[in-house]
Design a protein around this ligand. Structure first.
Ligand code: DGL
Length: 287
């Protein structure tokens, strides 16, 4: 028989978050800021990153394996932090998964529609995210007359991971990527990739200060909170920030040390350890 002390309430279970690698920590950071009492289990698919140059079929299969791993960790909800995985796999996972799922595309699209004045919205992301037209579809569902312009910015991910957040090279590449969007007279730009909020200043300089920058990581944490509230899944437990409670757990499919170093440059609490797991042992078939 379960006693009161070992019975875990559903709302006290962790939130599962996954990404193709380290970038999804920008979403983790927002969840930590907006819901400091929530526990998080993060998985970064560092063995198979990048997703941005892969096909839908592959991304869906990878995502199913990760969701299986997260369900094994007994998570109460899943946030797909990766824009590419959100674009391609969230519809499948949402339909198959026994716990609520949120991706980053819908919250980002919604905020862009709320923010635009001239109805001309730019989207930047990986090649896969841009060619999926997923942001465009969600924007048009809310604002059918919107003009949406996509621009793949594949070099940004490497520049961020190389630490060139404030660097003339990144400035120059950003100017080139933004040129066509400036010509289209966008007034709102969705930073549709996990890494881009880390070079927000560079992107802002390149596109001009009149353009509203939308950070889907921030918006997703907000929507996640609403989703958990609606379903009575917000924890009522309290934690001291920085306390030794194992509130956050990080898993990767490779290169745990490298992940940890990068993670500590994004997350202020300090990641004590990231554990490598074998993601290949989980089935990629529908859940
Ligand atoms: N996390 C991916 C995204 O947000 C970027 C890195 C990758 O290509 O896997 O789209």
């Amino acid at each position: 028989m379960m006693t009161e002390s070992n019975k875990e309430n559903r709302e006290d279970l962790p939130i599962g978050v996954f990404d193709s690698g380290v970038g999804g920590l920008t979403v983790v950071k927002e969840i930590m800021n907006q819901m400091p009492n929530e526990r998080i289990v993060y998985f970064g698919d560092t063995a198979r990153v990048p997703y941005g140059s892969k096909s839908k079929d592959t991304i869906v299969r990878y995502s199913r394996q990760i969701v299986r791993f997260l369900l094994e960790q007994n998570v109460k909800a899943i946030a797909v932090a990766c824009n590419t995985a959100s674009a391609y796999a969230v519809p499948e996972i949402e339909a198959e998964c026994p716990v609520p799922v949120i991706g980053v595309i819908r919250p980002g699209a919604k905020t862009a529609v709320e923010g635009t004045k001239n109805g001309r919205i730019g989207v930047i992301g990986t090649r896969a995210t841009i060619s999926s037209e997923s942001y465009t579809d969600y924007i048009r569902q809310i604002m059918p007359e919107a003009k949406v312009y996509g621009q793949a910015c594949p070099l940004f991910v490497s520049l961020v991971e190389e630490g060139l957040w404030e660097d003339p090279v990144t400035d120059e590449i950003a100017r080139r990527y933004m040129a066509s969007l400036i010509d289209r007279k966008i007034d709102t730009l969705i930073m549709g990739c996990t890494h881009y909020p880390l070079i927000r200043k560079t992107i802002g300089r390149a596109v001009g200060s009149d353009v509203l920058l939308v950070n889907p990581a921030y918006e997703t944490a907000r929507e996640l909170r609403k989703m958990l509230e609606t379903r009575s899944l917000i924890t009522k437990r309290g934690y001291e920030l920085g306390s030794p409670v194992p509130q956050y757990r990080f898993y990767v499919s490779d290169m745990a040390g490298q992940f940890q170093r990068f993670a500590n440059s994004i997350i202020k609490y300090g990641i004590l350890a990231a554990e490598k797991i074998d993601i290949y042992k989980y089935s990629a078939e529908p859940l």
